[in-house]
Design a protein around this ligand. Structure first.
Ligand code: NI
Length: 201
């Protein structure tokens, strides 16, 4: 009897666990859909939200101040904005290959675009291509290991889904945090980011 009862007990325990996860997340569509959700469907709402917030900051970046930097070791404002506009472009390198070697990638240093309109247009083009790439990628491809290396040295290896979170989203959020400080120091009113700012609700 024990050999029959144990798997059933495990199954009931697993179901209770899934139910409680759904309760915690207040997930409206039910546990079966949660379990079958593709990785891309979990990533895309976050991707859209974060890209939208970044765009709102880029739109406000004053091009007359592109050369300004808060410290001699820092990116200039134009370099920082240019880097932010370029980060979504790296989604293609994650989804189309399994290895990226920064040493053979040529000059990847951030460059300031000529105008803020050019910069936002470049960002929009990169975001649209990145989104289409993520939307076309299934779970097995999302879980394939992706390696970032610098010549002979492996910097990190992550499943592609992890590389998208770390190397694209977290990386962009890091630099967007810097940009929000640059804009504050230049007296540019800040939009809501993860909540109201001193300038806007
Ligand atoms: Ni960076």
């Amino acid at each position: 009897m024990g050999s029959v009862a144990r798997p059933k007990a495990r199954s009931q325990q697993a179901n209770r666990h899934v139910s409680s996860v759904c309760d915690i997340l207040n997930y409206p569509v039910g546990r079966h859909i949660l379990l079958l959700m593709a990785i891309r469907d979990a990533l895309l709402p976050e991707f859209d939200h974060e890209m939208g917030t970044t765009r709102r900051l880029l739109e406000r970046t004053p091009e007359a101040e592109f050369a300004w930097k808060p410290h001699e070791k820092s990116f200039s404002l134009g370099q920082l904005a240019g880097h932010l506009a370029n980060i979504p472009h790296w989604v293609d390198a994650i989804l189309q290959n399994t290895v990226f070697d920064v040493e053979s990638a040529g000059d990847t240093r951030p460059k300031a675009p000529p105008t803020i309109a050019d910069l936002v247009a470049q960002f929009d083009k990169n975001v649209a291509a990145a989104r289409a790439g993520i939307a076309a990628t299934g779970d097995s491809e999302m879980m394939a290991p992706w390696t970032f290396r610098s010549g002979g040295q492996v910097v990190f290896t992550l499943p592609r889904a992890g590389a998208l979170r770390s190397f694209i989203l977290n990386h962009m959020i890091h630099h967007r945090g810097q940009l929000s400080v640059y804009l504050r120091l230049k007296n540019v009113p800040l939009p809501s980011i993860y909540g109201p700012t001193a300038d806007e609700q």
